[in-house]
Design a protein around this ligand. Structure first.
Ligand SMILES: Cc1cc2nc3c(=O)[nH]c(=O)nc-3n(C[C@H](O)[C@H](O)[C@H](O)COP(=O)(O)O)c2cc1C
Length: 200
């Protein structure tokens, strides 16, 4: 069971979760457990809601309208979001809703990325194993947020939790995942949604 903390929530929050194989997850199953039932937090797990991949755009847009802060929770997949979260962006951030004539409904909302990576913090350095800092790799999401009038907050990242067959799992992975669960709950409970920190 993942550790959790309940507390007051000042920011109505929509958490959009995406993971291509949650049944095999080590980190995101615990993260889902940890945030379940937090006050003011609505969690929508895309693969569970849409096993056929067909997103109910009207329902997703209604969920977006009710939130001030939108969290994308996902494992890094080839330096980006999993495919159903990309489809969510393609479908939900539609003309007339997110941009273009009448498309003002995202303006003033916050986008918070909460994600896990197999690579170490050190591997995400300019010129390092993954060539770039994560902030560089996240620029398409930052540009998307800017385009629709949202503010992208500093991401909350848990590095070095590989969950790929054939890749060894670090001995301390579960302890770091548990600590991350608590940081995540604190972030969701924070009255100011701009205090996210990147974990080592
Ligand atoms: C298809 C795929 C692509 C991945 N791409 C990356 C990547 O670009 N960078 C990275 O650090 N880890 C990558 N990983 C590792 C995952 O991010 C890692 O296994 C995941 O965050 C662990 O979370 P989980 O235990 O909930 O599955 C990838 C894993 C898969 C399956």
């Amino acid at each position: 069971m993942a550790p959790s903390r309940a507390g007051p929530v000042a920011v109505p929050t929509l958490v959009i979760v995406s993971h291509t194989d949650i049944a095999s997850s080590r980190a995101h199953r615990k993260l889902l457990d940890a945030i379940a039932g937090l006050p003011g937090v609505v969690v929508r797990h895309l693969e569970a809601l849409y096993p056929d991949g067909r997103i109910d755009v009207a329902r997703e847009q209604a969920a977006v309208l009710a939130a001030t802060r939108i969290v994308f929770q996902f494992p890094f997949n080839w330096y980006s979001t999993p495919p159903l979260l990309k489809a969510w962006q393609d479908d939900v951030l539609a003309v007339g809703f997110a941009f273009g004539p009448g498309g003002t409904h995202l303006r003033g909302k916050q986008l918070q990325l909460v994600f896990t990576a197999g690579g170490t913090r050190e591997s995400y350095r300019a010129g390092g194993h993954n060539l770039f800092e994560v902030t560089e790799l996240l620029k398409p999401l930052e540009a998307t947020a800017h385009f629709v009038g949202m503010t992208m907050l500093p991401p909350l990242v848990l590095y070095y939790v590989p969950n790929v067959p054939g890749i060894p799992v670090p001995d301390d992975a579960d302890a770091r995942i548990d600590a991350f669960c608590l940081r995540y709950c604190d972030l969701l409970a924070a009255p100011e949604a701009a205090t996210a920190v990147t974990l080592p």
